[in-house]
Design a protein around this ligand. Sequence first.
Ligand SMILES: NC(=O)c1ccc[n+]([C@@H]2O[C@H](COP(=O)([O-])OP(=O)(O)OC[C@H]3O[C@@H](n4cnc5c(N)ncnc54)[C@H](OP(=O)(O)O)[C@@H]3O)[C@@H](O)[C@H]2O)c1
Length: 182
Amino acid sequence: MPKPLHLIAACAENRVIGRDGRLPWSIPEDMAFLHAQTRGQIVILGRICFETWPAAGRDGRRAIVLTRDRSLAGENTLAVSSLTEALTQAETLVGDVYVCGGQRIFEEAIALPQAQYLHLTLVHAEVEGDRRFPEWRDRFTRVVSRRESADAHWRYTFLTLEREGVSALGSSVKQVLQPNSQ
Ligand SMILES: NC(=O)c1ccc[n+]([C@@H]2O[C@H](COP(=O)([O-])OP(=O)(O)OC[C@H]3O[C@@H](n4cnc5c(N)ncnc54)[C@H](OP(=O)(O)O)[C@@H]3O)[C@@H](O)[C@H]2O)c1
């Protein structure tokens, strides 16, 4: 059995995750969450994401970067040419496997049967952008945890979702996420 995959992303209500090679927002609490959640684990990310997060291989993380540029390999950082190769490498390492994007890597990973968890920071806004997260609502239907938060500019919800049916508590993702369902 391959290791379960954790997808981790922050996306707007319209599923936008990026604009012009960067995040469309600056949410320090979300960056802190990403760093804490992945500390000591394996992170799989695309070359552009790696350029914006060169410390991906620090704090006990092992970074696996998808790129044609093998020279990006370094301390605690592997360079691979496909998601399949990344997952093969991840199986040889100790730790949970976090898929950190970008768009194509999320699209490929979410289609895999071992894509079991989604750690999603849902930013409650419609945001302009050029990169999107794939549709997740019908795939990750069990809400493991949910925490509301906000800063001066953004309101957002930290969600941990799991693939498979309806939660033991009976709350489906659609019930939990629709603003008027509370
Ligand atoms: N909000 C979030 O949670 C979140 C998460 C991640 C990213 N983002 C945003 O998304 C944007 C970056 O993502 P992106 O999709 O543009 O780029 P990306 O996936 O980070 O990097 C793209 C590059 O990665 C390599 N690559 C990607 N998929 C591959 C595959 N399946 N097989 C082989 N190589 C692959 C290629 O590298 P080479 O060209 O070197 O061969 C490709 O040019 C930024 O705006 C970033 O801020 C947001």
